[in-house]
Structure formats: structure tokens, C-alpha cells
Design a protein around this ligand. Sequence first.
Ligand code: NAD
Ligand code: ZN
Ligand code: ZN
Length: 343
Amino acid sequence: MKAVRFVEVGKPAEIVDVPQPTPGPGQVLVKIGGAGVCHSDLHIMDEDLGLKGPFTLGHENAGWIAGLGQGVEGWKEGDPVAVYGPWGCGRCHTCQTSAENYCENHASLTTMGGGLGSDGGMADYMLVPSPRLLVPLGKLDPALAAPLSDAALTPYHAIKAALPILTPDTHVLVIGIGGLGHMAVQLLQALCAATVIAGDIDEHKLAHAKELGVRHTVDTRNVDAAAEAVAKLTGPRGAVLALDFVGAQPTIDLCVRVVGRNSRITVVGLGGGTLHYRANQPPYGCQVTVPYWGSRTELMEVIALAGDGRIHPQVEKFPLEKALDVYSTLRQGGIKGRAVLVP
Ligand code: NAD
Ligand code: ZN
Ligand code: ZN
């Protein structure tokens, strides 16, 4: 079968033939219906994140069960599933709560997940090491649902933790309206009554936010002008939450500028920026959080929201063979919502 493989840092991905895997005891084979193309893959190819290639990329996967290893019960071939992405040890206290994204033994694991150290979903089939990493998809189409497992789960986890401060009289700034950001604005609209402000450097992404029902958009190319525009909307209270899906120096600086006292800055993007602290900057009472992905039960909650039509990933489908073009389009900011590879 064809697979899109990470080779090593500094090299582009390769599309090569690899043997179709067979599930060993306790494993599950998933026929891939869709593999989302996440910006993190560009970080993996560009920077040393401690991942050793080669392995098949694709950490945002959904499909159908195609084979059960010895001893796997409770599932059958053809069941539509999302693959839970962050693979922990499965045994520690945190993993037992289903938050394998925060596994206590992460430092000793040989992989962060499929597509993140071991073979992921940018291929016809993917081997999942344990059925505990599968979540039922219900009636959702795997190609459209694949982004739920990262592009939606990650902002869901970040927003859920902030819900107590997202009262109807507050403002949230979402920076970076790409794969994660376009789900974040929908999740905010579904989960709370705070006013959403969308920021991006690309007018098409701001137009997308408007299509999704966001009333206020801010061009963030100039941080001073953006901070002023946000302040005009929020008044002296400032934003109660700044959600940064870029994480570069200008966006982190903007977060610090726009939030008020007793607020929250949540940096999700891996853009390499640094948050400096001095007295009252970020303002007093501000919590800074750096969430990673989400828990398995949160993935079930996200799937329920999508199954009920309350959030809609904007998906552009591409054949697996187009993966390299898709990566370069993503790098140039040319994907609306999420690109999904469909083998
Ligand atoms: P994407 O490429 O789909 O979207 C990024 C968006 O940010 C684009 O719309 C782009 O125009 C915009 N942007 C770029 N520079 C900007 C700036 N200076 N100001 C405002 N907007 C700007 O990326 P994605 O797949 O949504 O991923 C976003 C980030 O989140 C990446 O860094 C990715 O690695 C990271 N990520 C983190 C986690 C986590 O758990 N922490 C999970 C998934 C992705
Ligand atoms: Zn990702
Ligand atoms: Zn663990």
C-alpha cells in the first residue's frame, strides 16, 4: 500500500510503498477513511521535536475496523471509528482517566502516537496498538470526521477548561483561523455566549470566520493596530481569553496586550514564541495555559457535538498521492479549514 512517510528533519515527506500491516494480539487494523493534514506535521519536518523517522505521517485519523487481533472483543469489522491520537502508557492514573495526552510516563514512551513516532493514517491501513484507542463514530463520515480527533479535540479541551470565565458579557480572541481555529470559533459558539473575535493575517481566513458567524474580525499583521482594534471591542475589561493557535512571537505579544486582569492566555500553536513576564504583564490574575490535545472522553463529546450538527469541520479532500502538494499549500496558508487525505 502507498504511505506518506516522514523521513528525517529537514527533508520533505515521501510517498512510498509499504507492506499492509496485519494485527497482532490485542491490536486493531483500521481502514483509513480520512487522515487530516495538521500544521504540526510541518513542525515535525522542519524542527527537531525528538521524533525519529521513518514513519507514516497522519495523526488525525478515522475509518473503519478492518481486522481484529487475537483477544480483541467488543468491536467488529466495518465499525466506523475515530483513532484517539495521543497514545500514553494506558496504565498510569492520568491515562486511566482517559487523558493519555498527559500520560505520566510520556518521557519513557517510544512514540507519541500514530503519525508521531509510529505509523499513522496517511496510508490505506493503520495499525492501532489497542482497542482502548478507538472511539465509535456513529453515523459520521470518516473523511469528514477525521479532523474531529485533533483540529476539534484540541480546541475543545482548551475551551472546556476556560468555560467558567466565558460568561455572556465577555470577549474571546481566537488567533489563527486555520484547521484548529475554525473549529475553535464554532466550539465557542456551541459552548458559551461570550463574544468571539477572530484574528488572522490572511483576509481569506478572516472571511471564513465571518462565514462561520463571527461578527468581529481583526487583521493581526500589525500587532499595535490589532491590540487597539480588540481594545475598542472589549473596553477596559479586555478579553477574558486569548486563544493562540499560532504561538509565534507577534501572536503571544498580542495575547499579552489584549487580555485584562483575571483572564486567561492559552497558547496552542507551536510557533516558537516566548512569553516574557514582568509585573502586571500579563495582567494580574491572568492564567497562562499550554494545553496539549485532549482526552478520549472529550473526543467522545466532540463527536457528539458533530453528530448532532452543532459543529462542522470544513474539509477539503485530496487523494493520498497529492500529499506533498497539500503540505506546500498548507505552508502557504492556502487551505480553508482542514485538508483531509482520502486513500
Ligand atoms: P493551520 O496552518 O491550519 O492554521 C494556522 C492559521 O494561523 C492560518 O490561518 C494562518 O493564516 C494563521 N496565522 C499564521 N501566522 C499568523 C499570525 N502571525 N497572526 C495570526 N494568524 C496567523 O494550522 P493548524 O493545523 O490549525 O495548527 C495551528 C498550530 O497549532 C500549529 O502550530 C500546530 O502545530 C499547533 N497544534 C498544537 C496542538 C497542541 O495540542 N498543542 C495540537 C494540534 C496543533
Ligand atoms: Zn495535529
Ligand atoms: Zn500513562
